[in-house]
Design a protein around this ligand. Structure first.
Ligand code: PMP
Length: 405
């Protein structure tokens, strides 16, 4: 059971007013607020234990290394990964997918191969594949969605063939909230000899994830949407794949030996962590993982499902409002349009009422085109949001109607 009042007290950012109104923060799909535990872990490390990792022989370097590597173990346990050798710290989901595209993609893909994505992908899971396709000459295929926001599984199945080398799919859509049937998708990809990359940017903070149960080959997520710092994220991949992949970036930390003739690479995961890493970011992410794990992702998922049902019904009561994304299995992301106002104007009026939402294409322009919409307004919930906040959103939407209708 979620004690939402106790949880809210852990997030100093939530306890403020904007434009003289209590803040209602419903922009969690873009980035989430930070609990005191994360803020304190970051401040404590900078104040007491800060030094560069791995190379030092002194006390602070040892403490920093222990904390950084401790965070890697927390990520391993959080994802249910077999080994910390499979946990690569990166800047975020975007960098994780670019790493796979540039390292695995350049190494494994040939002209004539196919990479299959879906119509609901974020630009982060489209553009890296386009860049590589241009270089290598493989074909990027796109599985369509159904009108309610589900992936069209029949069309998806029909697009899989012996040329498909990778299926790259969002676990949860940042626009529609759709939770894709990743296990089924992985099985179908594997049956065709293809690997499967899962973009977990939206899912890790809302539902339990176990990469071994999902059976996927790559899993990417960002710390900042999981109540951790910005600038830190994770690529998980099977050890054998990472072993076979060439380095993505060269520099310090990722080498075993360097000479002007030739260099050799460090063991996993350091082969993929060139340069001084975001040490304190990783430590903050570890604190965020401790925080959500103590509450429990299953409890979070159940609580948010209740919020989704409540908010969906409440929004449906607003005249002239149409929800976009009605998949039966979805997270608490509510995109909508109104017949009386542009999404950006709605966002501005809501801000005046203290309600923070996002308006625009949400880095999913091809999806917007499929939906026939230039933009939507999006309210995205986290486990610290309440039904009263959904009511405040609805009250603010009535204000929009008053102004524009
Ligand atoms: N994929 C999805 C589904 C997302 O929602 C986002 C963030 N909006 C990303 C990828 C990119 O994440 P980041 O900007 O943290 O790299």
């Amino acid at each position: 059971m979620i004690d939402v009042n106790r949880i809210r007290a852990d997030f100093p950012g939530l306890a403020q007013t904007v434009h003289g109104k209590p803040l209602v923060f419903l922009d969690n799909a873009a980035s989430a607020q930070k609990p005191r535990a994360v803020i304190d872990a970051v401040a404590h490390h900078y104040a007491h234990d800060y030094a560069n990792v791995h190379r030092g022989v002194h006390q602070l370097a040892e403490r920093a290394t222990d904390a950084y590597e401790g965070a890697r173990e927390k990520v391993r346990a959080f994802l249910g990964a077999a080994s910390t050798r499979e946990i690569v710290f990166v800047r975020g989901t975007t960098e994780a997918i670019n790493l796979v595209a540039h390292s695995w993609g350049r190494h494994a893909l040939r002209a004539g191969d196919e990479v299959l994505i879906t119509e609901m992908e974020h630009h982060a899971n489209i553009v890296p594949w386009q860049l590589m396709a241009e270089e290598i000459g493989f074909t990027l295929r796109v599985a369509p969605i159904l009108d309610d926001g589900r992936l069209d599984m029949e069309a998806f199945a029909a697009l899989l063939n012996e040329r498909t080398r990778l299926v790259a799919v969002a676990h949860m859509s940042n626009v529609l909230g759709t939770v894709n049937p990743v296990q089924e998708i992985v099985d179908m990809a594997h049956a065709h000899g293809a690997l499967c990359l899962v973009d977990g940017a939206q899912s890790v903070s809302h539902l339990p994830v176990n990469v071994q149960e999902l059976g996927c080959d790559f899993y990417a997520f960002s710390g900042h949407k999981l109540f951790g710092p910005t600038g830190i994220g994770v690529l998980w991949a099977r050890e054998a794949l990472l072993e076979a992949m060439p380095p993505y970036q060269g520099g310090g930390e990722m080498i075993r030996e360097v000479s002007f003739q030739r260099s050799t690479w460090a063991d996993l995961p350091y082969k993929f962590e060139a340069g001084t890493p975001h040490i304190v970011g990783a430590i903050g992410l570890g604190a965020a993982i401790d925080y959500v794990t103590a509450i429990g992702l299953q409890a979070i998922a159940e609580y948010e499902h209740g919020l989704l049902e409540y908010a969906t019904e409440a929004l449906e009561s607003v005249p002239g409002l149409t929800l976009v994304g009605r998949a039966p299995h979805k997270g608490a992301v509510l995109s909508f349009v109104m017949d009386c106002a542009h999404p950006h104007d709605i966002g501005t009026i809501l801000d005046g009422e203290g309600v923070a939402v996002r308006a625009g294409h949400h880095c999913a322009m091809p999806l917007m085109e499929r939906l026939g919409l230039p933009a939507t307004t999006r309210a995205s919930f986290a486990f610290y949001n309440t039904r009263e906040e959904a009511d405040a959103l609805v009250a603010a939407l009535y204000k929009v109607r008053e102004i524009f209708a």
